[in-house]
Design a protein around this ligand. Structure first.
Ligand code: 2IT
Length: 445
């Protein structure tokens, strides 16, 4: 089997040079699904794997804009429309200095299987820009978003491709992007998700990724007769995902002891709770991209340039960015008795660290299963927009929770090996089969 994986990966690497994150994401899925493909002649005949790793379409465009000093700035803009087998392309926009086409191909590829797992009719896509938003004024961000949407609008639509936020794109950016789309398309439609609730957004969408991750962890712990109550939890990041997770962790009786930023991490043994969680929003709005402000305000330890995985915890939840938890971090967490590591960001744990955690037979879940609550709630926002209705907070939250429980069940169904749930395998196979079967049904397109 590993030779089939290796030869397929040689093909992928040769066709997509210099895209290491994309190779990493593809290898992880192919390792899981190769046995299914090898034993399903229809998938082999239809070249499902060769087709699924090639985006249906990827656009790259120029984003020229003017900063507050009157200087002209030029960024790259992209939208990768990866798969529309089970619905319109769906996935976020990332504004971050290290964004390349390869980054967005990795994210768009992951999104195909994640969206399939939600059980909602959404294909996979991702977009963004190499913009570094740090230190930008509100007016600069508005002009950037107007320039970005000035090109993107012709490639998207409520039944074609529905972007949302990701790193660097939150409610403010979605507002500016939506304003420009509406003006150019002359249409008020659900073309973006993550909108403000006053004009088409869904309740619970801001919290949804972090809530969903927490519901998923609760399901994982339940398989061991355990729960989050009384557990010590480390989070990385301090953005939207970490914020939502901190809120729900507090509600379920866990103590969040770390958050982090590019400058280092803070250790708050009494717990990131109450007004301290609200302060995460202020830190994000400040655009300073540092957590030392938290340490100064609440008089807790700050570890400059370090990652939070050295703190002994029961549950570790990387919420920041890809490849932020490596083999050494995994060894440290295991040595300190970690019971569960759950990816809340997309692919934050490096492959060797994933193997170490799985070999130690602790609970480990991949982002495409555990963080699917964000895009699932985007799907619920699309449903509400299509009906021209709003659902209550209780209704959206109940649906989100049920979706996370179903995703957990799918992982267990396809991933159980001798009393151990391999969530990576379960998520990949569960997500893949539905997309592959839809591709068979729709012929060679
Ligand atoms: O990675 C993700 O799933 C997201 N950034 C959310 C995408 C969405 O369309 O809500």
């Amino acid at each position: 089997m590993s030779s089939a994986v290796d030869s397929f990966m040689n093909y992928v690497v040769a066709k997509n040079p210099n895209e290491p994150e994309f190779h990493q994401a593809v290898r992880e899925v192919v390792e899981s699904v190769m046995p299914v493909v090898e034993s399903t002649p229809a998938y082999k005949r239809a070249k499902i794997l060769e087709r699924i790793v090639e985006p249906e379409r990827a656009v790259s465009f120029r984003v020229p804009w003017m900063d507050d000093r009157g200087e002209i700035r030029v960024n790259k803009g992209y939208r990768v429309q990866f798969s529309s087998a089970i619905g319109p392309y769906k996935g976020g926009l990332r504004f971050h200095a290290n964004v390349t086409l390869g980054t967005l191909k990795f994210l768009g590829f992951e999104q195909i299987f994640k969206n399939s797992l939600t059980t909602l009719p959404m294909g996979g896509g991702k977009g963004g820009s190499d913009l570094d938003p740090r230190g930008m004024s509100d007016n600069e961000m508005m002009r950037f978003c107007q320039a970005f949407m000035g090109e993107l609008f012709r490639h998207i639509g409520p039944d074609t491709d529905v972007p949302a936020g990701d790193i660097g794109v939150g409610g403010r950016e979605i507002g500016y992007l939506f304003g420009t789309y509406k003006k150019l398309a002359k249409e008020f439609t659900g073309v973006l998700t993550g909108k403000n609730v006053n004009w088409g957004g869904s309740l619970v969408r801001p919290e949804a990724t972090g809530f969903g991750v927490t519901y998923f962890i609760e399901e994982m712990l339940k398989t061991k007769g355990d729960s989050l109550k009384g557990k010590k939890v480390s989070l990385s990041g301090f953005g939207n995902v970490a914020w939502g997770a901190a809120l729900k962790m507090q509600e379920l009786g866990a103590t969040v002891v770390t958050i982090s930023g590019p400058d280092g991490f803070i250790h708050d043994p009494n717990g990131v709770k109450g007004e301290k969680i609200d302060f995460m929003l202020q830190m994000r709005a400040s655009g300073r991209d540092r957590v030392q402000d938290y340490a100064e305000k609440f008089k807790v330890e700050f570890h400059a340039g370090k990652r939070p995985w050295m703190v002994p915890v029961d549950v570790a939840v990387p919420c920041a960015i890809q490849n932020e938890l490596d083999e050494n971090d995994a060894r440290t967490l295991l040595k300190n008795g970690v019971k569960c590591v759950c990816e809340a960001a997309n692919m934050p744990v490096v492959p060797k660290a994933v193997s170490l955690l799985q070999e130690a037979k602790i609970l480990f879940a991949p982002g495409k299963a555990a963080n699917a609550g964000g895009v699932a709630t985007s799907g619920l926002e699309m449903s509400q927009n299509a009906q021209h209705l709003y659902w209550s907070r209780e209704e959206v939250d109940a649906r989100l929770k049920q979706i996370m429980q179903r995703i957990h069940q799918t992982c267990a169904t396809y991933g159980t090996e001798q009393n151990y749930v391999n969530y990576v395998k379960g998520a990949n196979i569960g997500g893949f089969i539905k997309v592959a079967d839809a591709m068979l049904d729709q012929g060679l397109v």
